[in-house]
Design a protein around this ligand. Structure first.
Ligand SMILES: C[S@@+](CC[C@H](N)C(=O)[O-])C[C@H]1O[C@@H](n2cnc3c(N)ncnc32)[C@H](O)[C@@H]1O
Length: 315
């Protein structure tokens, strides 16, 4: 299958990272390689870029692409960015510091359209896996068929911000007694049957929030993001840039709060007369106003519509 993905806010990301010949970068979410290619061109010939993806399909695709492009400064690594320090240690000496680290979160169009993953609610017979890559510790099918209704409702609410979380979770719990839920189409039908009719004609597909909640749970997306941000700061050189493109408010909130916290000198409660925590700012936020794709980009690539870019500089 051809790997399809249109990079989001490529121009903006590259402008903020401002790569120069000889620069060292990490692309933590290689995907179709849009950012990596652009960085590789700009840092040639002495610079290096470490490109990571959990998905073997993305890694293989870029290996093939790179055989044509002949970038000799790209190190491609299959792995989870939550293990960023470990991955970096495999390829670089301990004291290597980077000029920039980029995350473009979520999934690629190629993954969304890959029937075997079951990410899309438009593929009725697709299996409910929803993994970004190996190792596979959890699947959406297992969650749907074995978690209690209360736990299901919690993830639908917390990760999908779904108003009808309890209703949908109860409907799933009832239906799976009759037949195991194994395909996307089955789940979509249960969701749409549980929702009030007026919501079924909304612009956004009625199963969107439930599929998002399952995907986030299966891949532990929020935990991965929380654990990698401090590792990324530690790997940057002073003046190095950390850029994150996120696609839903849960991810963006984590990045926003972390940037805010790490750009402050003291985290003590305001009632403390003098600082007791000793916390020192490590970042300067460069995107006081959040960066969003242009309307032209959204017109050409509607999947970009929810993207938000935040960038900070290491002090
Ligand atoms: C939106 S795509 C990246 C697209 C890329 N920036 C481009 O221009 O083509 C997100 C990628 O991140 C990968 N990914 C998501 N979570 C990951 C994780 N924890 N570790 C490594 N890769 C991850 C997905 O497999 C997917 O390929």
């Amino acid at each position: 299958m051809a790997y399809k993905h249109a990079s989001v806010m490529l121009k903006e990301v590259i402008e903020y990272l401002a790569p120069k010949p000889g620069g060292y970068y990490i692309d933590c979410t290689l995907g179709g390689g849009g950012y990596t290619k652009e960085l590789a061109k700009k840092i040639s010939p002495e610079g290096k870029i470490l490109a990571i993806d959990l998905d073997e399909m993305a890694v293989e695709n870029f290996r093939i692409l790179n055989a044509d492009l002949r970038f000799n400064n790209v190190i491609i690594s299959q792995g989870n960015f939550k293990n960023l320090l470990e991955i970096v240690k495999k390829y670089f000496r301990d004291f290597t510091e980077f000029d920039g680290i980029i995350f473009d979160l979520g999934l690629s169009s190629a993954q969304l359209e890959d029937r075997s993953r079951g990410f899309s609610f438009n593929l009725a017979d697709a299996p409910l896996r929803m993994n970004f890559g190996e190792p596979i510790n959890e699947t959406a099918e297992n969650i749907i068929n074995s978690w209690g209704a209360k736990d299901l409702a919690k993830i639908f609410k917390d990760y999908g911000e779904e108003k009808f979380a309890h209703k949908i979770a109860s409907a799933i719990a009832a239906k799976r007694q009759l037949k195991r839920i194994t395909a996307g189409g089955q789940l979509v039908k249960i969701i749409t049957d549980a929702l009030p009719i007026r919501l079924l004609s909304a612009k956004i597909h009625p199963a969107t929030k439930i599929f998002q909640a399952l995907r986030i749970t299966v891949n532990q997306e929020l935990e991965n993001l929380r654990s990698v941000l401090p590792q990324a700061i530690g790997l940057l050189k002073p003046g190095g840039k950390l850029a994150v493109v996120s696609y839903h408010s849960l991810e963006d909130r984590i990045v926003k709060r972390y940037f805010k916290q790490e750009s402050r000198d003291c985290l003590c409660p305001p009632s403390y007369p003098i600082c007791q925590c000793g916390h020192r700012a490590k970042l300067k936020v460069l995107t006081a106003k959040i960066i969003k794709p242009s309307s032209r980009e959204i017109l050409n690539n509607p999947r970009a519509r929810s993207a938000k870019l935040r960038v900070a500089e290491k002090l």
